[in-house]
Design a protein. Structure first.
Length: 183
């Protein structure tokens, strides 16, 4: 999030129309969103969920906001909706993703950063109509520790409930650690 003056805010909105061939992703580089990325390949109870689709047209709308509440607290959030129309078949879908979080700059000492975030990963509205599915919830916390002017270490933990939107898929717990060298 860009640094902004205390008590200021940033707002952004976007709209995208796109065409995706079968097998291509709608969302790039998003973990655990295979169902929303390419639902045309989804198999449910041994049958194609969207049989015969060779591609899809998407209309996506998004909004994000950031608010620096004070020098020590920032809030940010986002919302995205995608309307999907499948080619060659009479079917459509709605994909949703949203989330919000807080950042605490200089937490503990100057240069450190504590972040807490919660939201939902991209999910299919059509798939939610099935009995054994639910919204994939994502909760994350991290702490960037500034070792010196050139090195920081950022441990974190992520919990994803209902990955891939199916209730029988075990929750995912992920530990992360990132070391950043700045020259």
């Amino acid at each position: 999030m860009p640094m902004i003056d205390s008590h200021s805010y940033n707002l952004m909105g976007s709209s995208v129309n796109a065409y995706h061939t079968a097998g291509s992703n709608i969302f790039q580089n998003v973990a655990d969103s295979n169902v929303a990325n390419d639902p045309s390949n989804l198999i449910v109870d041994g049958e194609d969920f969207f049989p015969g689709s060779s591609g899809r047209e998407t209309n996506s709308f998004g909004f994000e906001a950031a608010w620096r509440i004070s020098e020590k607290i920032s809030f940010s959030g986002f919302f995205s909706y995608t309307d999907v129309n499948y080619n060659d078949i009479d079917a459509d879908d709605e994909l949703w993703t949203y989330g919000a979080g807080f950042a605490f700059p200089d937490f503990g000492k100057e240069g450190n950063l504590l972040g807490i975030f919660a939201g939902v990963q991209p999910y299919s509205g059509e798939l939610l109509k099935l009995d054994n599915t639910s919204v994939p919830i994502h909760v994350e916390a991290f702490y960037k520790y500034q070792v010196n002017d050139n090195i920081s270490i950022t441990p974190g933990v992520i919990w994803v409930a209902s990955p891939e939107q199916f209730d029988e898929v075990d929750d995912a717990f992920i530990g992360t650690i990132r070391t950043t060298f700045t020259f």
